[in-house]
Design a protein around this ligand. Structure first.
Ligand SMILES: [Zn+2]
Length: 251
């Protein structure tokens, strides 16, 4: 193991163990959540269609500053995509306004962008779930300590399972990237989550036949959702999963 990876593992351990806001999952698991970040239009068109086919809904961590733009993820969401998602019962959650990393600006600057993003999400959704995901998966201890309590939950990109205790200031999440050659890995995560009766969160970006390196194919998403459904796991949005443990949205 290189010095760099030892350092990064140590950093994760510290991030996961300090400034926790822990709630017990009790016996609510196994739960699986599918989340989309930023988000590209294909996460709404192809992604939502797959979930809906299985009677499931997703959580869309939206950075409003990205509306009507495009990137390596493809075209990003338009305002009508938000309406379409809400109409079908998907969750709009926040992801800062400008899609900024907490490592690249001051804590005060980050905090104000998080607040701006949360307000924008709330004004479109009509109510605020208070659920948030850190852009680029970048988290600092300072941000975790300061912002965590102002949000219902904060999702990271640190892999693993949530439960038996959930850290609301750092939900663990696993990427769902690539094509069906990743099926075995996804299957293993769902099975381990099933055995542990925990809460497994997936995140991805674009959903298209030739996805970016941060996205997946519709076939892989379909595999994951159908396997989760067949396994007997409940597929819930982040908001619904947290309601299960008695958590009301943090306005
Ligand atoms: Zn993002």
């Amino acid at each position: 193991m290189s010095f760099r990876s030892v350092l990064s593992a140590a950093r994760r351990t510290v991030l996961c163990s300090l400034y926790r806001r822990a709630v017990p999952l009790v016996n609510r698991g196994p739960i699986v959540s599918f989340t989309f970040d930023d988000f590209p239009r294909t996460a709404c068109s192809a992604g939502a269609a797959v979930l809906e086919h299985f009677g499931a809904r997703g959580t869309y961590y939206t950075a409003f500053g990205l509306m009507n733009t495009s990137s390596e993820l493809g075209e990003l969401f338009h305002s009508e995509d938000l309406d379409a998602l809400l109409e079908k019962g998907h969750e709009l959650a926040s992801h800062t306004f400008s899609h900024v990393s907490c490592r690249s600006i001051s804590l005060a600057g980050f905090r104000s962008d998080v607040e701006k993003g949360k307000k924008a999400t709330g004004s479109v959704a009509g109510s605020n779930s208070g659920n948030f995901a850190y852009p680029f998966g970048d988290i600092t201890l300072q941000a975790k300590r300061t912002l965590g309590p102002c949000l219902t939950s904060s999702r990271s990109a640190i892999p693993g399972f949530n439960g038996p205790e959930i850290d609301l200031n750092l939900l663990r999440a696993n990427h769902l990237y690539g094509d069906t050659d990743q099926s075995r890995h996804i299957e293993n995560l769902i099975l381990q989550n099933l055995t542990q009766k925990s809460w497994l969160i997936f995140y991805t970006h674009d959903v298209r036949p030739s996805p970016s390196e941060y996205g997946c194919t519709p076939a892989l998403l379909e595999f994951a959702v159908s396997f989760a459904a067949r396994s007997g796991s409940r597929i819930l949005t982040v908001q619904k999963a947290l309601a299960e443990v008695g958590l009301e949205p943090h306005q």
